[in-house]
Design a protein. Structure first.
Length: 290
């Protein structure tokens, strides 16, 4: 069974730093921060009250990173976490590359999901984040040792990563006891072929892991990629699925795709095809039949 995930009304992504980021990673350079809602830490309760008045039940705390790869204003966020935990049904977080045991323990206590990027490729660590690859491993171990529910994000495809890197990363995560992994497709001028992604998805499906297809993937390939992932049931969750795949998706949620199943009942979203006119649905079916 495959589930679809949107951010509509019940769930939103917050930035603790506005559009400011010191790390300015090569693929982003702060542009993704502009799509997030600003959590004004000078007056956080006004920001939070506005969210609650709109009916928001779940949040992802994210934002820019400092030069060490740690979420900006993290100290202030840690102070607010107990109250945030009380007010929202689900709290997830992108803390960055935290290696402090006490900070990881506090985050694990109040946050439902810790989303962490993961790679074993020194080149990707340096190319994407300007960091040492050891930081990825140490951060993962720090949060696992703190008892956090971690959903690692790995690149299904990157222009400087091959099949061997993907296999090594998935094997490492599986052997470390992880059972869910979010797959990303690096967005850059070089776009992989669908056949390349199909082969890599088939490789990933051989591992004893529950796979999610995350938000980062080229729009040019979403139609074919999402349809294949859903029809073959390779992934159990797809973030922002292409409409062509909707009829192969059983249930939709207004939430982040990394949330544990036990927390999703409050975030059910009407199946989009229920509001699509018959002619549009027919066109989708014609496309799928080729």
């Amino acid at each position: 069974m495959t589930s679809g995930f949107f951010h509509r009304k019940l769930f939103t992504v917050l930035t603790t730093s506005g559009t400011y980021c010191e790390l300015r990673c090569r693929y982003c350079e702060s542009k993704y921060l502009s799509s997030m809602e600003y959590l004004d830490l000078r007056d956080p309760y006004t920001s939070i009250s506005r969210l609650l008045s709109r009916g928001v039940k779940g949040i992802l705390i994210s934002g820019g990173f400092n030069r060490s790869g740690i979420l900006l204003n993290l100290d202030r966020v840690l102070e607010l976490l107990p109250e945030i935990r009380r007010l929202f049904s689900v709290v997830t977080m992108h803390p960055g590359f935290v290696e402090n045991d006490e900070i990881a323990r506090i985050i694990s206590q109040y946050v439902d999901v810790v989303d962490l990027e993961f790679t074993l490729s020194p080149y990707i660590a340096q190319y994407v984040r300007n960091l040492d690859v050891e930081r990825y491993v140490r951060t993962l171990e720090t949060f696992l040792n703190a008892g956090a529910y971690v959903v690692p994000h790995v690149f299904l495809w990157h222009p400087h990563q091959g099949r061997e890197s993907l296999v090594n990363e998935l094997a490492y995560l599986r052997d470390r006891g992880l059972n869910t992994v979010t797959l990303l497709v690096f967005i850059c001028p070089e776009v992989p072929s669908f056949e390349t992604l199909k082969r890599l998805l088939d490789v990933a499906s051989k591992f004893d892991l529950e796979l999610y297809l995350g938000c980062m993937r080229p729009s040019k390939l979403k139609k074919e990629l999402d349809l294949y992932a859903a029809t073959e049931s390779i992934v159990s969750r797809i973030a922002n699925p292409h409409p062509i795949a909707w009829s192969y998706i059983d249930v939709f949620y207004d939430a982040c795709c990394s949330i544990p199943q036990s927390k999703l009942n409050e975030f059910l979203y009407p199946h989009p095809l229920e509001s699509v006119d018959a002619s549009a649905h027919h066109r989708c079916e014609e496309y799928k039949r080729g």
